[in-house]
Unconditional design. Structure first.
Length: 279
């Protein structure tokens, strides 16, 4: 990745983080921690990787994206808005009763959302189904999904993993957001699902491990996934929950709450400093 592209994507990722904070602050609720941890991956997906058309969200031959950890809808909405699927100012309507941007993604109401998600594990299963459909119908679209590491405690995740390997879904790429925290604390203490790499390999997946905040590593991982034949790929992305906001980083209490005005200002100041460093 050349320096110009890296800088551009870093700016987009930071804008996505600002959008996340604006959304959850105006909603007075939401899930900022796990949204911030995936901003770099989402910036790369929506501005480099996915074959999509904001003017034609239901284009039949588009790549599909499923946010399996649906509670982090703010980062999906932010990426969609930055990519031009709908106006950025609408992000401030997050979770309002009249808004099309609800607490979990809704494929019927939100432009660019390919699957309604919320119950953990279901989105991953749906992504597997989409990938199998593409195979059956000889389509060349690819399917991408993002899971939470706490979500990987769900049995349905491993049923879907078995399904994807059985049907040799090499058009499927899963990204596991490994930030180590869930709403009740460290995943290793709640119900330890690690080691993820060994488990996915045992289920027949191609495994790539990266830093979720290294854009060059993200680019290389998605490129490698395209070369894999006969099996699905999982990218285990080691991330920082709350990335970019000083008091949210590695703090499980910011899994599912919005900042009040004073901390909202701190968050925006933190991210504006990052924006300034990227000029």
């Amino acid at each position: 990745m050349d320096k110009k592209k890296q800088l551009e994507l870093s700016r987009i990722a930071n804008d996505i983080r600002i959008d996340v904070i604006e959304g959850v602050y105006n909603a007075g609720c939401g899930h900022p921690g796990g949204s911030l941890s995936m901003a770099d991956v989402m910036a790369y997906l929506y501005f480099e990787e996915l074959r999509i058309d904001p003017k034609n969200p239901k284009w039949e031959d588009r790549d599909r994206f499923v946010l399996s950890k649906g509670h982090t809808a703010p980062v999906l909405y932010a990426a969609l808005a930055e990519r031009g699927f709908f106006p950025k100012e609408d992000l401030k309507t997050l979770r309002k009763t009249t808004s099309y941007l609800q607490g979990h993604p809704d494929m019927k109401g939100t432009p660019g959302v390919d699957m309604t998600t919320g119950s953990l594990g279901l989105g991953f299963s749906a992504a597997c189904g989409m990938a199998l459909s593409g195979k059956i119908n000889n389509k060349d679209y690819r399917v991408y999904t993002v899971l939470g590491d706490g979500e990987s405690e769900e049995g349905q995740v491993w049923e879907a993993a078995m399904f994807a390997a059985h049907y040799k879904l090499d058009n499927l790429v899963a990204v596991l957001d490994w930030n180590g925290l869930q709403i009740d604390g460290p995943i290793a203490e709640v119900m330890n699902p690690t080691p993820h790499d060994e488990k996915f390999r045992a289920f027949g997946w191609h495994v790539i491990s990266i830093c979720a905040h290294d854009l060059e590593a993200i680019e290389a991982a998605f490129a490698e996934a395209k070369t894999v034949k006969g099996k699905p790929t999982v990218i285990i992305a080691k991330s920082v929950k709350g990335k970019g906001v000083s008091y949210m980083e590695n703090a499980c209490e910011w899994h599912g709450q919005a900042p009040k005005e004073d901390l909202y200002k701190v968050a925006i100041e933190d991210l504006e400093k990052i924006a300034e460093s990227l000029k």
